[in-house]
Design a protein around this ligand. Structure first.
Ligand code: ZN
Length: 48
């Protein structure tokens, strides 16, 4: 299990990565953060 803390748009986000099954998930402020919500925080992907 690997945990990496990041700050996304001034929000503290923790990424968890399971080294055994390669599952990844994120949480923010101790609450599970669905991938869709994370992408919302990050904003639209750059184009081009
Ligand atoms: Zn696992």
């Amino acid at each position: 299990m690997v945990e990496i803390g990041l700050t996304v748009n001034e929000r503290q986000v923790m990424m968890h990565s399971c080294s055994r099954c390669d599952t990844r998930w994120w949480d923010s402020d101790g609450e599970l953060l669905p991938l869709a919500n994370l992408l919302e925080l990050v904003g639209p992907a750059p184009r081009g």
